[in-house]
Design a protein around this ligand. Structure first.
Ligand SMILES: C[S@@+](CC[C@H](N)C(=O)[O-])C[C@H]1O[C@@H](n2cnc3c(N)ncnc32)[C@H](O)[C@@H]1O
Length: 494
């Protein structure tokens, strides 16, 4: 840590050493903590923009040339930044970032590095299909290696075997995934004046994790996954890989659900970590990674949040958890129960054309998404109504009646069967000593099962009420517009 601090100050980074300390924090790796009571709005450290490491600051893109950079598709995704990081590392002490790169972790507890037995523990969760190892390795073979082999003057063959291996490639990719920020170019015309500041968020869209904000007094979130347009609420709106940057010192902060007390802001020449709340001496200084569900936290960062849940759930977990229910599972259950009418394939194709939803997301409010109900109803429409729906391009309204509830409950039960263990078995497992990876896997799948079990309980309670209240009564499953928006089915993101 001392080496990192000396390197940081020698490169004109400024840390308030009276306010912030760095050290090992049990269960969190390294992290930052307050050395004294710190008020809100305090500047903890300042990083010159030129000290961030990105395809804009590394000299490699210039040396390789714009044409070759594009030809090898290094301007798309993270391949370019990964190659820059490998190249900077290969330059040894002559790289400006040698002191930084030497300090970054080279081992990770993300599923990308898990054994197949460990990955089996995640069966049924939203993690498995999103690890993306094969796609990443394709980039290595099809972009990085051809680019490196085309310029032996920049990538001498003896260095290829040491610094440009597939293993180092995954290490650099994981460093970006868990530590990078979105740092947009400084645009005077964006409305910010020369002294104003913007929040830098953890990068999420391309796979990294944190963000930057542009208005004075706005904080910078950390979402270590991609890039973000400052004017937009949508994650990953602007996907210029040049915005993805490694930010020394800012990436030393950990995060926990709704615990953020500091954020990274940027201005024309500097990035600044500023407290967003008063912090007591001894407390941890937390950035935010955007409070993702545990499945994403584990996939990107290798840890999970385990804090008190909120009603209708109880116990411990991540209040931002979600469960994904694939549309094909909904279709299969509807068919198996003999409820589908006509040609289900034709109806599903039409559904996908109209909605583009192949996955439904249930959140911790445990409400079945309207879109899921609408798909079931579409599959059950009598032929004349199906024709009318097509003609009018209108989906069935997500109204549920007592006859539909057992079918929706079957969908949830079938989804629960996709896990290899039961909810009760997982609760017992958590009482035993487990490896970190296994414990994290159990917490991810248990969080999803809690949501499904609570959805099921709600459906059964609703069925009871409707049966007691008479067969004809109809009731809508989801109530608020907000719920509708949030639980909207989405194509799975990787
Ligand atoms: C941006 S870095 C933070 C610094 C890092 N702890 C280190 O030792 O260098 C993100 C990594 O910190 C760890 N981390 C962050 N928040 C955590 C938390 N709440 N619990 C456990 N580990 C956490 C994870 O390993 C994550 O990939």
């Amino acid at each position: 840590m001392d080496d990192l601090l000396s390197w940081f100050s020698s490169e004109h980074g400024v840390l308030d050493t009276a306010a912030m300390g760095l050290g090992d924090i049990t269960g969190h790796g390294r992290g930052a903590y307050a050395l004294r009571d710190i008020p809100e709005g305090h500047e903890l450290f300042v990083i010159p923009r030129s000290l961030t490491l990105s395809t804009r600051t590394s000299s490699l893109p210039g040396l390789l040339g714009k044409k070759a950079w594009k030809e090898y598709k290094l301007d798309i995704g993270w391949a370019g930044l990964i190659l820059c990081m490998m190249w900077e590392e290969a330059q040894g002490a002559s790289s400006r970032w040698s002191g930084y790169l030497a300090d970054l972790p080279s081992t990770f507890s993300t599923p990308m590095f898990w054994s197949s037995e460990e990955l089996d523990e995640l069966k049924g969760t939203a993690v498995v299909d999103k690890i993306g190892k094969d796609d990443a390795e394709r980039d290595y073979r099809e972009k990085l290696m051809p680019a490196a082999q085309s310029r032996p003057d920049l990538f001498p063959s003896e260095k290829l075997l040491q610094y440009y291996t597939l293993e180092r490639y995954h290490v650099m990719g994981s460093r970006i995934l868990s530590r990078s920020f979105t740092v947009l170019k400084w645009e005077r015309e964006s409305g910010a004046d020369a002294d104003a500041m913007v929040v830098a968020d953890a990068d999420t869209s391309l796979g990294s994790g944190m963000d930057v904000d542009m208005d004075a007094n706005n904080p910078v979130d950390q979402d270590l996954d991609g890039t973000e347009d400052l004017d937009s609420d949508d994650e990953g709106d602007s996907e210029d890989p040049g915005d993805v940057a490694m930010v020394p010192m800012a990436d030393m902060l950990n995060a926990r659900f709704e615990s953020e007390n500091a954020k990274l802001f940027y201005e024309e020449h500097n990035l600044k970590m500023i407290t967003t709340k008063a912090i007591k001496a001894g407390e941890q200084i937390w950035n935010t990674y955007g409070d993702p569900p545990n499945s994403d936290l584990l996939r990107r960062y290798g840890h999970v949040d385990y804090v008190p849940l909120r009603p209708p759930l109880s116990g411990m977990g991540n209040p931002a958890d979600v469960v994904e229910v694939r549309a094909d599972l909904v279709v299969a259950v509807t068919q198996d129960r003999g409820k589908a009418v006509g040609d289900a394939k034709e109806r599903v194709e039409w559904w996908l054309e109209v909605t583009d939803d192949d996955t439904f997301v249930i959140q911790t409010d445990c409400e079945v998404p309207d879109e899921l109900i609408s798909l079931v109803l579409l599959l059950m429409l009598p032929a004349p109504e199906w024709e009318k729906a097509q003609r009018k391009e209108k989906l069935p309204k997500p109204k549920i009646n007592v006859g539909l509830l057992p079918l929706i409950a079957s969908v949830i039960e079938t989804r629960l069967e996709e896990y290899q263990t039961t909810l009760e078995a997982d609760e017992e497992l958590l009482k035993c000593p487990l490896s970190v990876n296994k414990r994290n896997a159990v917490i991810v799948r248990l969080g999803e099962k809690y949501i499904l079990a609570s959805s099921l309980a709600k459906l059964r309670a609703m069925e009871l009420v409707l049966r007691e209240g008479g067969q004809g009564k109809k009731r809508k499953v989801s109530s608020s517009e907000d719920d509708k928006e949030q639980s909207k089915g989405k194509k799975s993101k990787s």
